[in-house]
Write a protein that binds this ligand. Structure first.
Ligand SMILES: Cc1cc2nc3c(=O)[nH]c(=O)nc-3n(C[C@H](O)[C@H](O)[C@H](O)COP(=O)(O)OP(=O)(O)OC[C@H]3O[C@@H](n4cnc5c(N)ncnc54)[C@H](O)[C@@H]3O)c2cc1C
Length: 299
């Protein structure tokens, strides 16, 4: 084992894996080996890791639930930190504070159960809090930054920063100026609502998801961002691309905005299909679709 892997093993013991298949940590169920996968349990673990990779000038990537990434068939070089063990969440009045690895839907569920309104329509987004902050994830007219107040993050040298929502520029599925930062925790402020109405809205959002999304297949949600004044899924459907298949990758027949892994898709199959859809939509409608999913590794 390389010296650097030995040092990680020594520090993280059971909380690390080597040459671990990315397909086991992504919702696409795709991706080659990760050189070193580490599960930090707290700020100190993450800080140590950031300083370690920074000192060694090693490639470093953070993953939450892996629900918005396509990892290449050759995998990821260097170190990947998976935040899932940093998952504490606390409610205090109308405020909710969550560590970055907490499940987004847990945050929404707990706030709804406390009669807190503002994010219930985002129920069912299968990401982490950190991933949802980075992506400004949202659904049915509500998004992460609606209720975000501030977040803690580490910079590339391992310094802890506290950023207010107003310190960054955000828009639809886009947050600028946070590249290279590792989100540690996020604080949210809700409005007090009627508990049964909030829970009913949550139920409705989950039902809509079940009805419209191919939740029984592996995917990473919407492939493309919503173009101005339209929907990627509508354009893809109008171009007759529903069901289009390359290798094990298929444009979902249920929701044309999703590409699903039929079971044996490679990252290269998905990527080829993404390019094909993009090209066809551009030729037939003139619209340039922008990728929402994040490509990690070689493509
Ligand atoms: C079935 C399905 C439905 C979906 N529906 C929606 C939807 O309705 N709306 C929506 O917006 N999205 C949706 N998504 C996409 C996805 O769930 C969201 O984008 C989610 O917020 C991503 O979170 P994650 O933890 O999985 O991020 P990951 O996929 O793990 O990572 C995404 C990006 O965030 C970065 N990141 C993750 N955690 C951190 C951290 N702690 N610090 C710094 N960077 C970090 C990663 O480096 C990467 O660049 C869906 C996905 C699926 C599979």
């Amino acid at each position: 084992m390389n010296d650097w892997k030995e040092r990680i093993k020594e520090r993280f013991k059971a909380n690390c894996r080597f040459d671990f298949p990315a397909k086991d940590i992504t919702t696409y169920r795709i991706g080659g080996p990760v050189d070193a996968l580490v599960y930090p349990e707290n700020r100190e673990d993450m800080k140590w890791l950031v300083k370690f990779v920074s000192a060694g000038k090693m490639p470093f990537f953070v993953l939450g639930s892996g629900s918005n990434v396509l990892v290449g068939d050759k995998g990821i070089r260097g170190v990947v930190a998976l935040t899932g063990k940093m998952d504490q969440l606390e409610v205090s009045g109308s405020a909710v504070k969550a560590m970055s690895g907490a499940k987004w839907d847990k945050l929404v569920q707990v706030s709804a159960e406390n009669g807190l309104t503002g994010l219930e329509k985002t129920s069912g987004i299968p990401g982490s809090v950190g991933g949802s902050v980075v992506m400004n994830a949202g659904a049915f007219g509500q998004e992460t930054f609606d209720r975000l107040v501030s977040f803690e993050a580490l910079d590339e040298k391992g310094n802890l920063l506290v950023l207010k929502k107003t310190d960054v520029k955000y828009s639809y599925r886009k947050v600028e100026g946070i590249r290279g930062l590792i989100i540690i925790s996020a604080a949210f402020e809700f409005e007090k609502g009627d508990k049964s109405a909030v829970l009913a809205a949550r139920k409705e959002a989950l039902k809509k998801r079940m009805e419209t999304q191919p939740l029984d297949s592996a995917s990473a949600g919407s492939v493309f961002k919503r173009p101005q004044g339209d929907y990627a899924s509508r354009l893809i459907d109008a171009c007759g691309l529903k069901g289009l298949t390359i290798g094990g990758a298929q444009v979902s027949a249920k929701h044309a905005g999703f590409i699903i892994n039929l079971g044996n898709a490679s990252a290269s199959d998905i990527y080829k299909l993404i390019r094909k859809v993009k090209t066809e939509v551009k030729i037939k409608t003139g619209v340039e679709l922008e990728l929402e999913q994040i490509l990690v590794g070689d493509f």
